[in-house]
Design a protein around this ligand. Sequence first.
Ligand code: 1CP
Length: 355
Amino acid sequence: MTANFLSALSGNRPAVTPVWFMRQAGRSLPEYRKVRAGTSMLEACLIPELAAEITAQPVRRYGVDAAIFFSDITVPMKLAGVPVEIVPGVGPVMEQPYRCAKDVKELIAHKPGDGSAVTQGVQLAVAELSVPVLAFAGAPFTMAAYLVEGRPSRDHLAARTMMYAEPELWYALVDWCAEISIAFLQAQKVGGACAFQLFDSWAGALAPAIYRKYCAPAAQKILTADLGLPRIHFGLGTAALLPDFAQHAEAVGIDYRTDIAAAIAQLRKSFPDKKVVVQGNIDPAILGCRSEVVESHVAQILTAGLAADAHIVNLGHGVPKDTDPAVLADIVAQVHEFSAVSPISPVPSKEVHRG
Ligand code: 1CP
């Protein structure tokens, strides 16, 4: 099982389809709630033993094929000395929003901080686990949305205003976000992480042309940094951006709002000579349904995934907090079982999919 995730990332369909879940560690697990009790989220991320334990919990419980390091996209801000908290039930909240030139200039004067607690956390997780540990970081737009708004927001209005009103300031801000994310990824790599996922979660809130102009260059700075790790690029509501995402990543994360079969066909068309590797895209809403409904949804996604060169099964966004862990365990079993009974090499010749 160990090599299945990395083999899929390299474009070679393994005998058994790998599966992991975004936000697989967290409040849906009783063992997580137990070890986190009394420790704030960002504190927990920076206690290496605790971060490693939480990283390992979903692997023990579900038998997933990859662990994602337990941390948050705001950890590099905290390490850089920027005051941020994760408020339970809300998400990242900054001490102040960064909206004017003076505030942004002060913010971006912060250097990436000491990532040794992150490195140690990954090291401990790698030492315990027999599956690969995946690093991650937030993409610049997603991070900047929290910095400019000061907290989670629906449509990221203030951040979008800054792009148009003060493009130079905006570019300086997203460039800084890229710098601290690269340092965060580097710290995870040194600890032994063997791939990374870039969470461009809010990219779908922008028109594709606006994303390309104001956000893609900073995202590419991370994706093309000298990290030497396979990359997964994920965003929510990003059907129109998938070919952009595939340009600088080995695999593209397909969100639950996007049709996975259409996404694979689109990627084949855009990149006839490149391996098409997709990750996704079980709708998190299905996790609350009875088992026959879950099974049929997962079977459909597995079948659609056969048209890619390789498929990593995941949700189309994070695990909802009141998910019954038994449902996720059943999905892992179904994915592994499906691979065993379905023909392994139905990857159609490229001609079929060029049409
Ligand atoms: O009190 C708690 O338990 C805090 C809840 C929590 C958790 C468990 C937050 C606050 N972050 C995390 C961990 C986390 N964050 C992981 C862990 C690894 C895993 O997947 O198991 C990861 C990968 C993230 C990344 C992250 N943080 C993203 C990108 C992923 C996504 O969901 O799109 C984003 C947008 C954040 C910001 C954030 N941090 C926490 C929350 C609740 C949010 C979202 C807030 C919002 O809706 O705007």
